[in-house]
Structures are given as structure tokens and as C-alpha cells.
Design a binder for this molecule. Sequence first.
Ligand code: SAM
Ligand code: SF4
Length: 328
Amino acid sequence: MIDPFGRAVTYLRISVTDRCDFRCVYCMSEDMVFLPRADLLTLEELDRMCSAFIRKGVRRLRLTGGEPLVRRNIMSLIRDLGRHLKTGALDELTLTTNASQLSRFAHELADCGIRRINVSVDSLDAEKFERITRRGKLDKVMAGIDAALDAGIRVKINTVALRDVNRGEIHDLVSWCGTKGLDLTFIETMPLGEIDDDRTDQYLPLTEVRDDIETRWTLDDIDYRTGGPARYVSVAETGQRIGFITPMTHNFCESCNRVRLTCTGQLYMCLGQDDHADLRAPLRAGESDELLEAAIDEAIGRKPKGHDFVIGRDLGPAVSRHMSVTGG
Ligand code: SAM
Ligand code: SF4
């Protein structure tokens, strides 16, 4: 699948549910209204969608959400998708999770062929963690991370930089990840969906985070790439890698290789644009995947050049849907 700008689309992210057991302040409002369950693709339909994309050239799949591990029977989908790893059709099957349920699933995930996962941790202080997530328990998340490491899964920590909230913890996060052998990536908040707080207050450019880190650690820019938007440095003192995802201060669209599928079968060709293609209707139109594959081709043919996020007072979100719908 080659888009109009010559970019090969080899990476699919699937939001398997828009629901979550947390309500992170930058992601959701306190009283989120979730989609009716009847609108969701079934697990069998999700498998069929993913398999069609794999046939068309997708090499990496990431399940996300919402919280992927709260979707009922999600392990049966993961186990089924694991067959594509065995045949070599897929290079990687992975997951982004808040780790609240991870200790239950870690060993089974490893058994299904999952080798690395991303876990979101925005604070190492239990009280602050609960405030940011509005209900998360840090000890459960920590137990989940340990279970994943114990199962041989590599863990990358994602931390959203939040100005007055976790800025003071940057060094602690770098040390903790260094000690535990975890990669760490900082992310700028993006203006996706209505939330209760003001994003202008939350937003902390990663240029400032990097300056903060460099007051204590020596950072070297490195060429390491995972095919994603992060730019990496290595920390001379620990050898660990730190990534920076900077959709606000530096737009990374020129190398975008991904598209995103929602749990209702809508394909978003760009995280920051409203244009999308309905794949549920062609999927449900019959048992053959011919219409579905034609709809995928048509959608890739309209993948836009990029997004143009701006955060400012009174500007509102760039797009009305939350990150949990399109999948972070
Ligand atoms: N629930 C899982 C989790 O938190 O890892 C997976 C879904 S979550 C939407 C995926 C990632 O998106 C998380 O790392 C989260 O911090 C990030 N995220 C959510 N809303 C965001 C926003 N408005 N700007 C930047 N990152 C956001
Ligand atoms: Fe849930 Fe992840 Fe959004 Fe937090 S960032 S509310 S854990 S979907």
C-alpha cells in the first residue's frame, strides 16, 4: 500500500475498544460517554480486518484503545492474530496498555508471540498517579510491568509531559527506567477531543523536558528508529534510550507509515484529521474480502500529507474525537 506521497503503509493500529478503566486528565473527561457495545466490531470481525491489512502489506500491528486489556476475551483475538507471526506474514504484534490488568495477562501475551509492549506511566507518585488517571492504582501498574518483564517482554514506558503535574519527576522517571532497563518515551499532549481541563495549562514542549534532563544527564542524539515518530537520544551515564514524540514542536508526518482503525471499523488515515473511511459496511457486505480490500485501497489513496496541531486558549481540539477512539 503506497499513499499519494509515496509513503508505504506497513503499520496498523487498532483501537479494540474506546472504553477504559482510567480517565486520564489529558485523554478523557470524567463523564465520558462510550460507544454502545452493539456498534463494535466483533473479535472475529477485527481478526478479519487485520488479516486483510496483513495481506495488503501491513507488517506491524498494535492493539490499543481505550484500554485493550479491558475488552472481553481480548486474549482470544491476540492468540488468533499470533498465527500471522508464525507464518512470517507479520513482523510484530504489540500492545499499548495502561497495565492495570497486565499482571493477569503478561505470560499469556508472551506465549502469543508478543515481545514488547508500551506502558503508559505519567507519575511514579501513587497519589499523583491516581489524580492524573482519576482512578488508577500505581502498585497494580508496577506489578503488571514486573510481570511483563518476568515473562520476557520488553517494556517501553510512555510518559505524557504535563507542565505543572509531572515536570518535577522527569529525573526520577529517567533513573527508574535506567535501573529497570526500560526504554522511555516522552510525548507532547495533542489537542484531541474535549476534556475537562485546559490543554494550554497542561502542554509542556519537549524541548523544555530535554533541557531539564540535560541539567543532570548527558544526552547524545542517535539514529535509532522504530519506524515511528519518536526521535531518540542515549543517556551516557546509563546507556538507556529516551525517545521524544513531538507532534506539536516538530511535525513528523513526512515519514508516517501508519493508519488507524477504530473499534467500529472506521479507518483514519491521519491521527490529526477528520477524514476517514468506513470499512465496516464492506466487511459486512459479504463473506468475500473483495469489497473490503477495494475500500482499503481507496482509503490509502486519500491519506493526507499531515496534521497541523495547535494548542491555544479558546482554540478547542484539532479534531473532536478522543485519542481513545482512534487509538494512541
Ligand atoms: N490505555 C492505553 C494506554 O494508556 O497506554 C492505550 C490507549 S492510550 C489512548 C495510548 C497513549 O496515548 C497513551 O500513552 C496516552 O498517554 C496517550 N494519549 C492519550 N491522550 C493523549 C493526548 N491528548 N495527547 C497525547 N497523548 C495522549
Ligand atoms: Fe485510558 Fe489510556 Fe486514555 Fe488513560 S490514556 S484514559 S489509560 S485510554
